[in-house]
Design a protein around this ligand. Structure first.
Ligand code: COA
Length: 163
């Protein structure tokens, strides 16, 4: 395939949510139920966001989150079925890794079920020792401390006697 007309973008504003949802539905088994509203929230809170374009068609996507210096994570690397195997996935990840919000980060993480080999080609290594997951966050916003609220530790019975 002649790829000379294919372009990469790091412009968040350019992302087309409808096309993004279609791309998720096409190639991302872990994300087929994502709504436009939720995708919008994920994009707002992600940086960098990299997209690939065949003229007006969005054919690739990936996003990252980062603290800019210590830790970053790459999420949702997607290339449309017709465009896979051309080097676009590698270029998506490399573009995200060289973005200013990611390029100084000490350690970049990612989660993958079936694409270890792809990420190994880019330099990622198996990491079994440090990762844990909270499957569904049930903490609620009203459990956040109020501004200036003092912390009242839960005292053990014996400590209460001598208080
Ligand atoms: C995984 C995915 C992003 C790869 O994108 P791609 O454009 O097809 O990959 P590339 O052409 O850039 O491949 C880069 C390198 O990885 C290798 N590679 C790609 N997919 C591979 C696979 N499944 N197994 C082994 N090697 C693979 C390529 O051979 C290439 O190696 P090279 O650079 O030494 O020639 C794409 O297949 C995809 O979108 N899949 C569905 C969504 C998905 O699973 N995303 C990952 C979520 S964790």
């Amino acid at each position: 395939m002649d790829c000379r007309h294919i372009k990469f973008s790091i412009d968040k504003a350019k992302v087309d949510l409808i096309q993004l949802q279609a791309l998720f539905n096409e190639v991302a088994f872990w994300a087929r139920e994502r709504t436009l509203e939720d995708l919008k929230i994920a994009l707002m809170n992600s940086d960098p966001i990299v997209t690939v374009w065949d003229t007006t068609r969005m054919i690739g996507f990936c996003r990252g989150t980062s603290d800019g210096i210590y830790r970053g994570t790459i999420w949702d690397v997607l290339v449309g079925t017709k465009y896979q195997g051309l080097g676009l996935g590698r270029k998506l990840v490399e573009t995200a890794l060289s973005h200013p919000s990611m390029c100084r980060v000490e350690r970049v993480y990612l989660m993958t079920t079936y694409q270890r080999k792809f990420y190994e080609r880019i330099g990622f290594q198996e990491n079994k020792s440090t990762t844990m997951v909270l499957q569904q966050n049930t903490y609620e916003i009203n459990s956040l401390p109020l501004s200036g609220e003092s912390f009242e530790p839960i005292l053990k019975e014996s400590e209460q006697v001598f208080r």
